[in-house]
Design a protein around this ligand. Structure first.
Ligand code: G1P
Length: 277
């Protein structure tokens, strides 16, 4: 079985909840402590064995490309000084994987962003998707994507989505699944709904921003009609595969912060600050 080689990062959104900070800076570049959100995501993808980071960007996102590139001027300036170590981590990331980019021209939803990434991913093998504003941490050293890659290795015929139990009144913020637990922490998905009102939610298991997708998802996405909010939803495309028994939902070990909201972002900042002190 080929290993998971590529990870797709949809990163074209406007980040309106963080205006004015995101007026000229991509939201994926907002730092938790000194590291941009997207770098945490790339490190997680590396931990799962990915070698190609495929980033779907949009207008005004050039800082992302510059971040994952060598800055000769900066390197020259700090070489031999006490500050040199600040760049060690990012330099090692740049050396250990390849970054590819494409631009999403119109914002037509997460499904559309993933479909835009097809030119970077190809249709040969399964790939990961990381939404960088869901920041995940795991104390045991096994990252969420690593855990999911292990599940996919055992079930290569299935997509894997990460889930977390959320309060009933928050189901309208997430894709929500229902299904049957086939082993501890692993559910075979039979239904999934994008952002249901609590009274219509099939459960309280919310999908968080980590997916492992089979390449056939691209053909499905091409024919997926706009759903919730008039956008092309990955949840709707995955439902097609769920009906064939090809989607597993995995209750991950670890913590997840919703850094797409100011509150979650502050919680993540405090958590990582306390941990690193
Ligand atoms: C997207 C997905 C949703 C998922 C969520 C996880 O929503 O559409 O199904 O639960 O990511 O963060 P968004 O947060 O982009 O509105």
């Amino acid at each position: 079985m080929p290993k998971l080689k590529k990870c797709l990062f949809p990163a074209a959104g406007y980040g309106t909840r963080f205006l004015p900070a995101t007026k000229a800076i991509p939201k994926e570049m907002l730092p938790v402590l000194t590291k941009p959100l997207l770098q945490y995501g790339v490190e997680e993808a590396l931990s799962a064995g990915c070698e190609v980071m495929a980033i779907v960007t949009g207008r005004g996102k050039r800082a992302i490309e510059d971040h994952f590139d060598i800055s000769y001027e900066l390197e020259h300036q700090i070489k031999g000084t006490s500050k040199e170590h600040y760049l060690t981590e990012i330099r090692s990331i740049i050396n250990s994987c390849t970054f590819t980019y494409t631009r999403q021209k119109e914002m037509k939803g997460l499904g559309h962003a993933i479909l835009t990434g097809e030119s970077l991913i190809g249709k040969e093998e399964s790939f990961a998707v990381v939404l960088a504003d869901d920041l995940c941490d795991n104390d045991e050293g096994k990252t969420v994507l690593y855990q999911m890659a292990e599940v996919h290795k055992r079930h290569p015929e299935c997509c894997v989505v990460a889930i977390e139990e959320v309060p009933k009144d928050e189901t309208d913020k997430y894709g929500v699944i229902a299904g049957e637990e086939i082993e501890e922490g692993l559910i075979k998905v039979s239904d999934m709904v994008e952002k249901p009102e609590p009274e219509n939610a099939p459960s309280c298991y919310a999908i968080i921003g980590r997916y492992i997708l089979l390449p056939e998802i691209f053909d499905i996405l091409e024919n997926t009609k706009p759903g919730k909010g008039g956008e092309i939803q990955i949840t709707d495309a995955l439902l097609e595969l769920a009906k064939e028994g090809k989607v597993l939902a995995y209750k991950f070990q670890g913590r997840r912060f919703d850094c797409g909201s100011v509150e979650g972002f502050v919680k993540a900042t405090n958590y990582f600050y306390e941990r690193e002190r």
